[in-house]
Ligand binder design. Structure first.
Ligand code: G4P
Length: 534
């Protein structure tokens, strides 16, 4: 491997930053995404992401559901540049019923941005996704949004993050006023106030006036009451706040906090700049061969998501691959770790929202879309050079369960094919009762809409009508102690024993309260909330 390639790789890694946004629906993820793209020059007028989505809704066929319900089920990757950085924003579905997809996308992300509505504080979906980030020790950057509307006190919001999520906070900037009187943010690092001008829906990048805190003209710009309030809050903050600690930030133990308003563009660019200063670049990853650095010269990557029929013109499946090491080149041949087969990666795609541009090269931290029907499953590693297998992407606990019935025996084959393919694709988890006589598959999902998508697709793509028969459980726990421990435990009330797709025992449990009880009563079961794939 030549020195030139090594330098090329080092430069590519240095300039790449990759992240996903975690938030509760309505916190402003689409709006923030749009504004980030605006600053990155990837779009010229805010509104185009939404417009693109609307356009896509009109063209997607199997996802008529998206159109009917106005929800976004699919997720893609948005690549843009800012300063000298290449930024990959791993987009995730807006609807919480599809959060399994978000969990898997987080496995491909190096950083997370936690977006919070200032009036609502932490919400359930944010908490759940936060836990997934913590499992991977991802650095988390907090953006507290909608400061242009009346919201909760900034100090109170920081306190909530610290108390509820057990993560230290460091406010990198601080709001000047709030609601109607929100005028800008104070940059605590540079000790400067950024005052913004309001524009209708912030469709263009914001004008910002910067003044030092000690500047004598400050009263010309800022009303006195706000100025004194700001000074007072900053004094309190200086007294109680922890010191900025980049190591803790990178370990996911401290979160840099930013305040702003995505809609009016207040604080978005400041956030982007600081994010790029502090975010983790692509790092080494655990594998069967130990930690592999991104500058390892051979190409390696893993599949974190499969998506069927994104484009109605090609009824295909796209495998989303996170590039981990080396340089990806169009038409290259790689090894597929699970099957040992050699695969030619033809028709690679760069993914921008729903547009598909063909792609010639990609570097660590990038995501590519591959069009190899039937070859890939979620978690698969592809590599060149010595055999490497990355840690798989775990299965997460589903929250709703239902028997899936095929009332028409003549459709048995299509039914089996459909559920096998949808399971491989990760559209839903499939389990079976441990009772040999109950042969019907159990669909296990995070949200009801996931069931609807499965039924819709079985009907449209496999021509099978199905019925659901819901089961009264809300938690799944894999049994670390295995079948033996389960047998020893005997009958456990309010549960049902099932097998997952790899024949591992899983306990379906009524509610969280029962889980706590079972953990206390049967420690040998060694209940686990996630399990490796395969
Ligand atoms: P999501 O993707 O997280 O679900 O949220 P999205 O960006 O769609 O935003 C949800 C709503 O919150 C939108 O209003 C959006 O305009 C609004 N919003 C986002 N950021 C801000 C902000 O900084 N300040 C205020 N005041 N509102 C914000 P909507 O009425 O549902 O849609 P629209 O008619 O504005 O497009």
């Amino acid at each position: 491997m030549s020195a030139e390639i090594l330098i090329e790789l080092e430069n590519a890694v240095e300039s790449r930053r990759n992240f996903a946004i975690i938030s509760h629906p309505d916190a402003g993820k689409t709006t923030l995404t749009e504004k980030l793209l605006l600053y990155g020059g990837a779009i010229h007028e805010a509104g185009s992401v939404k417009a693109r989505r609307a356009q896509r809704k009109a063209t997607s066929d199997w996802m008529e559901m998206e159109q009917q319900r106005g929800i976004s089920i699919t997720s893609t990757v948005l690549q843009f540049s800012y300063d000298d950085f290449q930024i990959n924003l791993l987009d995730t579905p807006g609807h919480q019923d599809f959060s399994e997809d978000t969990y898997r996308t987080l496995a491909a992300a190096d950083n997370a941005v936690m977006l919070i509505d200032a009036a609502k504080g932490l919400e359930p979906q944010t908490r759940k996704l936060f836990e997934v980030c913590q499992m991977r020790s991802l650095p988390i950057f907090t953006f507290i949004n909608k400061l242009d509307r009346p919201g909760r006190e900034a100090l109170e919001l920081l306190d909530e993050i610290e108390q509820e999520l057990g993560m230290k906070t460091y406010a990198v900037n601080w709001p000047v006023g709030m609601g109607d009187r929100f005028q800008g943010v104070f940059d605590r690092v540079k000790k400067q106030i950024h005052l913004f001008e309001r524009r209708a829906h912030g469709s263009k990048t914001a004008q910002d006036t910067v003044i030092d805190l000690g500047d004598s003209r400050i009263e010309e710009f800022l009303d006195q009451e706000l100025y004194y309030q700001l000074k007072e809050e900053l004094e309190i903050l200086d007294e109680i706040a922890e010191d900025f600690d980049l190591e803790q930030i990178h370990a996911g133990k401290m979160t840099p906090v930013f305040f702003g308003s995505a809609m009016t563009n207040f604080g978005v660019e400041l956030f982007l700049k600081s994010f790029l200063d502090y975010a983790l670049k692509p790092e080494g990853r655990n594998s069967s061969e130990g930690e592999i650095e991104p500058t390892y010269p051979e190409f390696t990557g893993f599949v974190f998501k499969l998506q069927a029929n994104m484009d109605p013109k090609h009824r295909d499946r796209v495998a989303f691959v996170r590039v981990c090491t080396g340089k990806f080149e169009k038409d290259m041949t790689v090894k597929h770790a699970r099957t040992g087969k050699t695969v030619r990666l033809s028709r690679p795609q760069k993914l921008f929202a729903q547009g598909r541009e063909s792609l010639d090269v990609a570097y660590p931290g990038d995501v590519i879309g591959l069009n190899n029907p039937g070859v890939f499953a979620i978690g698969d590693t592809i590599y060149n050079g010595k055999k490497i297998e990355y840690e798989g992407i775990p299965c997460f606990s589903p929250e709703i369960f239902s028997y899936l019935k095929n009332p028409n025996p003549s459709k048995f084959k299509q039914f089996q094919k459909g559920i096998t393919e949808l399971q491989e694709e990760g559209a839903v988890q499939i389990m079976y009762s441990a009772d040999e006589f109950k042969r019907e598959p159990i669909l296990a999902a995070v949200g009801q809409l996931q069931f609807e998508v499965v039924q819709f697709r079985l009907k449209n793509e496999y021509n099978v009508e199905t019925n659901l028969e819901p089961l009264p459980y809300s938690v799944a726990r894999w049994i670390g102690g295995g079948w033996e421990a389960l047998e020893k435990a005997g009958r456990i009330f309010n549960t049902m024993t099932v097998k997952d797709s790899w024949n591992r025992p899983v306990l379906l449990i009524k509610n969280q309260w029962n889980v706590a009880q079972i953990v206390g009563d049967y420690p040998d079961l060694n209940l686990k909330s996630t399990a490796p794939v395969g």
